[in-house]
Structures are given as C-alpha cells and as structure tokens.
Design a protein around this ligand. Structure first.
Ligand SMILES: Cc1ncc(COP(=O)(O)O)c(C=O)c1O
Length: 397
C-alpha cells in the first residue's frame, strides 16, 4: 500500500460510498433540494475549500487534470513560458506542454524544491508563471517565490499534488499562490484511488476552471445551458463514488498528518547524529506533511552504497520525478530546444545523487522510498528501521 491515505481506508469510506450506491445518484450533478441526492462532490468541494482557506475548490478526475485546469484558467497562452523544477512528477511538465506552454526547467536546492535564485535567473520576457511544486510534502520557499513573482509580474500556480495538509507559515498550501492543484491518487496523503482538486482565490479563475473541466458549463449546471457556455471545455469531472471516498479521507486528514509527523519525529531523532549525513532543508519544519524523511550524504558514493545496503536507491536513481530519468520529457525538451538529459541541471543532479528518501507515509520504490516505516509502524518497528539505517551507514563509509 503506497500512501498514508490508502493505509487508513476503513469503515468511514465504506459508509460514504454505500450512501451513494443506495441513493442511485452517481453523477456530481443533481437536484440540491432532493433529499435522495447525497451531493458528495459538492460537499467535498465546500469542505476542502474551507480546509485550505480559499473561497473556491473544484473536484476533478486527477491531479493532472487539476493542473491543466489551473494553467488554462490562469489565462496562460500557447508559447508562454512556465518555470518548473527539474525534480517533479511528469504531470507538472505534461500539463504545461498540452496547453502549448513551454516548461522551463529550473534547479532545486537541498529542500528538493525549486531554488528561488535559479528561478529568477531563468525568467525571460516570455515567462508568465512559476509552478511551485511542494515536493514530497515539503512546501516551497513561498516568501521568496512570491517576491520574485511580484517583482516580475508572474502568476504562481502551486502544484500541491504531494502536499495536501501541509502549510507554510500558517497558511495551508493551495491558498498561497493564484491557484493550486492537488492529487488524490493512491500515493497521496489522502486518496480516492484517483481524483484531484483545484483551489482558487478568485471567482473568475474558479468559473473558468469549472467550465474547462466540464464542457464549458457553469458550476451549478442544471441541464444543457444552451447559450450560457463560456468556453470550450473537456470532461475532467469527479463522480459521486470518488467524491464519497475523498470526503471520508478529507475528514481524516488532520489525524493522518499528525500521525505522520509524530512517526517521522521519532525516526528522525534516532538517526540524527550519524556523521556525514544531514536532513533535507525544510522551508517550514512544522508545516510539512511528514510523508518522507529525506537524508543527504556529504558524498554521492556513500549515499549509493548505503542505499544499496538497504535494498533501495538514491533519489537520482529512482524511476519517477527525476528529469534525467524521464526519456519522454527529455525528448520533449529537446524538441523545444531546451537543455535536457543528465548533466543539464547539475545542482539538481548533485543533490539527488546524495539523497535517499526514507519512507514515513509514502512507501514507493518508484520514488526511491523502498526502505523505512509506514503510517502504522509501531515504536518497535521505527526503532528497528533506525537501527538498520544506522548499521548500513556504519558499514558503508
Ligand atoms: C507533483 C505531482 N504533480 C502532479 C501529479 C499528478 O497527479 P495524478 O496522478 O493524480 O494525475 C502528481 C502525482 O503523482 C505529482 O506527484
């Protein structure tokens, strides 16, 4: 089971889904006055908006479609450049590419998020937006990113797909930039199997995102609405069963985050004094999700041998998220005349070659997190994982 939400699917999710099945209403639309319509997607949107602290939320079919909705609703046009980190999931790039935008890759720093100094270096007259990807549940340095965006008149779209529940300086991620996209796939803090959410701070962004996600219709669609469709859209709707599952998970999110943070603290405390190794930089140590514990060695060779001894890989060698390992992304960048292939982003290569992701809540070999603990680990299991990690570091010097 890959993500923390998946581990905690239980009676609450079952109850929500059974209510939908009993009602017979499977579509997100229905008569709000009809007591048989259980309005799970509408309720999810209301509760998520309240949770994040924004006026609007829109449920979608995936995190990828949520990002597409954000980029389109933000008014970005083909040829516009969007700055994205060189360490992120492929969907951050593909959402931009499918709208004809040009993703401009940027170095990360030891937070494994965007390096604000490099963001500013990559701004050109065509740059319109920064995609702040809160990687592995760790919020970006949003003060620095917002300051750059203000200086250059850029939009900030948060890719919060890996960070539902995280906050930065007291504000939930998803409420800081202009718009944000979240994922509910099985690797995430909360899950519905698949699904996504958009958050927006203005009615205009929300309405355009809504129309794009459903063939141009308006939010309280009742029928075909001839003459009132504001744009050409697609179908990225969430159905009621997914909405029901997501709603049950959303109502557990604070418990999930609290459990992750507690387990992570215990794991971290037991390995903190290992020489030649430190933890990744956290832009808000008390606001990050705690889904992973990323360690950085002083030297890449040692990181690789410790990872090998634990049956895992350094982040640089993991299959997902590393620009150099995504052949399809590199092909696309090559066609765009952008730097591509290993070596194109040397600081990112260096950080990732020294990093190992230890699982806390997300157990995913594809992320390089095949070793560690999970959200249900007991104190004894955490101590054992810490002991094994210490032994591997001692034997691989
Ligand atoms: C950073 C990031 N962006 C976007 C996505 C896309 O989300 P989904 O898989 O729900 O389409 C993911 C999912 O793994 C992700 O991690």
């Amino acid at each position: 089971m890959p993500g923390p939400g998946s581990y905690w699917v239980g009676e609450e999710e079952k109850k929500q889904v059974l209510e939908v099945l009993a009602s017979g209403h499977l579509s997100r639309y229905g008569n709000l006055e009809d007591p048989k319509f259980t309005r799970k997607v509408f309720t999810l949107e209301e509760e998520f908006a309240r949770y994040v602290g924004v006026p609007y939320a829109l449920a979608t079919s995936s995190g990828t479609s949520a990002l597409l909705c954000c980029l389109l609703a933000a008014g970005l046009k083909p040829g516009d450049e969007v700055i994205v980190p060189a360490y992120t999931f492929v969907a951050t790039y593909s959402a931009a590419a499918f709208l004809g935008l040009v993703p401009i890759l940027c170095e990360i720093d030891e937070s494994l998020d965007l390096d604000p100094t490099d963001v500013e270096r990559r701004i050109t007259p065509k740059t319109r937006a920064i995609m702040a990807v809160h990687m592995l549940g760790n919020p970006c340095d949003m003060d620095a990113i917002l300051a750059i965006a203000t200086r250059h008149g850029l939009l900030v779209i948060e890719d919060a797909c890996q960070a539902a529940g995280a906050s930065y300086r007291g504000r939930k991620v998803g409420s800081i930039g202009d718009m944000a996209g979240f994922s509910l796939n099985v690797f995430k803090t909360i899950t519905a199997g698949d699904g996504g959410l958009v958050t927006a701070r203005t009615e205009a962004h929300y309405k355009t995102a809504f129309g794009f996600h459903d063939q141009g219709h308006s939010p309280l669609r009742a029928g075909v609405e001839v003459g009132r469709r504001c744009l050409l859209g697609l179908n990225f709707r969430m159905n009621e069963i997914t909405g029901a599952l997501a709603l049950a998970q959303l109502r557990k999110i604070d418990l999930i985050i609290a459990a992750l943070r507690e387990k992570k603290r215990k794991f971290k405390d037991q390995i903190a004094d290992i020489p030649g190794m430190h933890f990744r930089k956290l832009n808000d140590a008390s606001g990050e999700c705690g889904t992973l514990l990323t360690v950085l060695f002083d030297d890449a060779r040692r990181a690789a041998s410790v990872a090998g001894a634990l049956g895992t890989k350094t982040v640089a060698k993991s299959g997902w998220h590393v620009y150099a390992n995504m052949e399809h992304v590199n092909q696309y960048l090559k066609e765009q005349g952008q730097p591509c292939g290993k070596g194109a982003y040397p600081r990112t290569d260096d950080v990732l070659s020294r990093a190992i992701n230890l699982s806390v809540g997300v157990v995913d070999a594809g992320l390089g997190a095949a070793f560690g603990i999970n959200i249900n680990s007991t104190d004894a299991e955490i101590a054992l994982a810490a002991q094994r990690f210490r032994a591997a570091c001692k034997s691989q010097t």
